[in-house]
Design a protein around this ligand. Structure first.
Ligand code: IMP
Length: 431
């Protein structure tokens, strides 16, 4: 039938996993299209909290096939650990239920080492990456020296071992000569990765034809994004971005589908903003309201990175940035998560313009230096005191919360289709 694109409309961590898990019930395929194990999706299945980094959100929906698309960079060590953990709690990720695109790239321990070394060398100028090797893996891809997943099919024939060995030796030159770091043990890595390749070779597939066959059968494909629009390599706050296309364009390129197939583009946004790592964040709060939005970390849904554990930066909702995301992605609907966290905060502030050197604008500047010098202009809205975790419809929400949602809709021009008011599947309701 069609592709539903589900992506982050802010700086990542918007709660996409939670929503993808819900929408996966309608899909025969759930396909991750970008990134690697820098992502961290948190889902609650009954009373069990599940964290995924690479495996798509259909893992716990028996009718879905989960696919890792061509745009991904895959750390096989992380994948093995994650698949084992998910299988222990019943995911049953057989080669029939988990497919790896032959064109996806392998992320090696050398990429992880280079990411860490590069960040240390940048010192105060560090990007604040997740140190999962994402940048170096995409660097090799763009330089056409990366290892595609297809190579795993040749793990028994020596070609795989040779390619991994050469990649590690090449990285060792950089690690030792440029960064003054000890070299990696190429033999040990070749052995470990040859075993991992033999394990995952049965999962290899041409994902694009499988996606098209499902569409031709009239089925729904859920394209699950990682990170968020403002971390997009081209359209985000460069250089404080990730190294892949996180936007609708990424869905098309990385899964190999044309725009006519994408009927819904769902942007997930928190009711406030967060960001991990460095880079401009105009509505950032460094006061007690910011700390309240972050939480103490005692709850897994508090604002601490699910991959790195780093405290997230927090701030008021930025409608200028959200409108930018709506335009870039062609959003057809918005899902607003964590509305419950705003209960008890009064007044609420929402950014509706930026002022730069005395000039006000409702457009997000492309130059991050200008963005970092923009002062946000806020409007104030009354808050609400009630707990809203049991709301099941728009009209169950306090009048003030409804007004907050209406402001998001009118400013961005995008209807809000779902709201989440807590971590359970049952706490997401349709508007
Ligand atoms: P990298 O993707 O590890 O290279 O990190 C680049 C930037 O993207 C850093 O600011 C990270 O904090 C951010 N980032 C990467 N993945 C995520 C994510 O899943 N959620 C939020 N931020 C992320």
């Amino acid at each position: 039938m069609s592709v539903i694109a589900l992506l982050g409309a802010q700086w990542g961590d918007e709660g996409k996993g939670h929503i993808a898990d819900k929408l996966a019930s309608q899909a025969s395929i759930v396909a991750r299209y970008n990134g690697g194990d820098n992502a961290g999706h948190t889902i609650t299945i009954g009373s069990t909290l599940v964290r995924t980094h690479l495996v798509p959100a259909g893992a716990f929906r028996p009718q879905t096939v989960n696919m890792l698309g061509a745009g991904m960079v895959i750390n096989l060590r992380s994948l093995a650990r994650e698949v084992d953990e998910l299988n222990r709690i019943g995911a049953n990720l057989t080669p029939e239920r988990l497919k790896i695109d032959v064109a996806a790239h392998l992320l090696l321990p050398s990429h992880v080492a280079l990411d860490g070394a590069g960040e240390s060398q940048r010192g105060a100028e560090a990007i604040g990456t997740t140190k999962r090797g994402i940048g170096p893996a995409y660097t090799d891809k763009a330089a056409r020296i990366g290892l595609r997943a297809a190579l795993m099919a040749h793990a028994q024939r020596g070609a795989f071992a040779q390619a991994v060995g050469s990649a590690i030796e090449r990285a060792n030159e950089l690690l030792t000569r440029i960064y003054g770091q000890p070299p990696l043990d190429a033999n040990a890595i070749v052995q470990e990765y040859s075993a991992l390749a033999a394990r995952f070779a049965p999962h290899l597939a041409d994902v694009t034809p499988l996606v098209h066959a499902a569409l031709e059968r009239g089925e729904t494909v859920l394209a699950e994004g990682a990170q968020g629009t403002l971390l997009d390599l081209d359209h985000g706050t460069y250089p404080f971005v990730t190294s892949s296309a996180t936007t609708t364009g990424g869905v098309l390129t990385y899964l190999g589908v044309g725009p006519k197939h994408v009927t819904r583009v769902i942007g997930v946004a928190k009711a406030f903003c967060t960001r991990v790592g460095a880079g401009p964040f105009p509505t950032e709060l460094k006061d007690e309201v910011g700390a309240r939005l972050r939480g103490t970390g005692s709850n897994p849904w508090d604002e601490y990175g699910s991959t790195t554990g780093r405290p997230r930066r927090t701030g008021w909702l930025d409608l200028v940035a959200l409108k930018h995301a709506a335009r870039l992605n062609g959003l057809t609907e918005l899902v607003i998560t964590k509305l419950d966290i705003l209960s008890g905060i009064h007044p609420l502030r929402v950014c509706t313009a930026y002022t730069y050197h005395g000039t006000s604008s409702t457009d997000l500047p492309g130059d991050p230096t200008i963005l970092s010098e923009c002062a946000p202009s806020f409007i104030e809205l009354p808050g609400w005191q009630q707990e809203i975790g049991s709301a099941q419809s728009r009209t169950d929400l306090p009048r003030e919360a409804q007004a907050y949602i209406e402001l998001i809709e009118s400013f961005t021009g995008v209807p809000v289709s779902h709201i989440s008011v807590g971590p359970d599947r049952a706490q997401i309701f349709e508007m």
